[in-house]
Design a protein around this ligand. Sequence first.
Ligand code: URP
Ligand code: ZN
Ligand code: ZN
Ligand code: ZN
Length: 463
Amino acid sequence: MRTLITGGTVLSSTGASAADVLVDGERIAAVAAPGVFDPDAADTVLAAAGKYVLPGGVDAHTHMEMPFGGTVVSDTFATGTTAAAWGGTTTIIDFAKQEKGTSLLATLDEWHRKADGNCAVDYAFHMIVSDVNDTTLKEMSTCAGAGVNSFKMFMAYPGALYSTDGEILRAMDKATEIGATIMMHAENGIAIDELAARAIAEGRREPAQHGLTRPPELEGEATHRAIMLAKVTGAPLYIVHLSAAQALAAVAEARDTGQNVFAETCPQYLYLSLDDMMAPGFEGAKYVASPPLRDRSHQTDLWRGLRTNDLSVVSTDHCPFCLKDQKELGRDDFRDIPNGMPGVEHRMDLLHQGVVSGEISLARWVEITSTTPALMFGLYPRKGVIAPGSDADIVIYDPTARQTLSAATHHMNVDYSAYEGFEVTGRVETVLSRGRVVLSGGTFSGRVGHGTFLSRDRCQYLR
Ligand code: URP
Ligand code: ZN
Ligand code: ZN
Ligand code: ZN
């Protein structure tokens, strides 16, 4: 089965050029100047004049079917990866979450049971470590051998996912030994819990208090502490869902001194703010995630970080909970609102707005949404680039189409959109996942079960 994509502008992390792309089976066979390939030799020809042809998105931070906050995330691997495909994301890296008292290997098995045969696009895993002990540390090596060599830890959520500095140090030592990356949720959870308890004691119970009791200083502090622990141990460190200027400053300082510190931000921190969490009634619960949405002033810094590469990846932290039956758990106490926001479907479109507004270049759009996440998590060049031999994960994107984001039209299994009414320029027109057209002209033609597990290498920015 040969597919020829003709007449488009092929994008990469370094630029754009007019080129045709020949797909043979699941792989890209060749990229050549327009007109070089004979259309008669292809089974299907996709005309892409006036369109961008870019590598499928790699979302390095999703949560599907995850038990969290007294409930379970509303997207399954089937619904979540289908929504990803609609939005031009052809690879997700999901977090397998260790429960205290269970082993990493049992957790990994459990995530394979959830995902295998149930994904519309390709998927890989990170591991969430919540119980640091001798067995866990040994199992980190086994996980790395099984294609999962990045481990998220939490400085937030005491009594649940939280690890002490000592536990983090032990896990970092192991990561250094095996060449794995430690991913950090960097917020000072001990101090935050105190501020949150005080708010409740004073009768401040509404969703906005979630944001007000998690000040950016406590993200900055935890980020700096994580960086120092990484420096002492030599572990590569990746700060997840960075939201605050203070945290970005700590990352930039570490990178300037040559430390292997990397960071991602998420669309919600670039486009939404504390104001959204202040919405009247219980509406603000839609925006409760950790770290919280910040004052708009942080956004200027985040965009600059994306340009300077102090922020090198944009992931979604897709973690959807329905407003009606799930966010509702915290109507009387903001601490009980399950933390997380939906977004896996809109990352490519939202970041394209950064191109439209001039915050980032076209090449940078591709780099932060596809090429760098693939390199960062050992998937390159299988993913993240349009080149001979790479998987034919390809998006044909119409840069001039207009669309309005809404829960009425999105494909995520959640009853609201965090971006309701957002008018965006650009739209995913066609998506190929390993050579198969899974989306075309507003029709999903993919198949749950087509997605395959991706065993990952170590971070490709390390020596
Ligand atoms: O609020 C969030 N971010 N929920 C998902 C879990 C996490 O910390 O990434
Ligand atoms: Zn987190
Ligand atoms: Zn997350
Ligand atoms: Zn629901």
